[in-house]
Write a protein of this length. Structure first.
Length: 67
């Protein structure tokens, strides 16, 4: 959602996003980093350099992999 007056959309759009993918090269979303390769290693690195919580949206396969 791109409506700058929507408080939820504007907050989510301003936060960093991480996409786990083996095929996506360059993401089109602002503030997005693609995680590829060893997923456990990549997520551990993100957790080490991130303050606060990380959330998983829309990927049951990713959540299962992380468990």
């Amino acid at each position: 959602m791109t409506d700058p007056t929507d408080p939820i959309a504007s907050r989510l759009n301003s936060l960093p996003k991480y996409v786990a993918s083996q095929s996506l090269g360059t993401p089109s979303w602002v503030n997005t980093t693609v995680l590829s390769g060893d997923l456990a290693k990549e997520v551990t690195a993100v957790k080490e350099r991130t303050e606060g919580e990380l959330q998983v949206h829309g990927s049951g396969a990713l959540a299962q992999s992380l468990l």
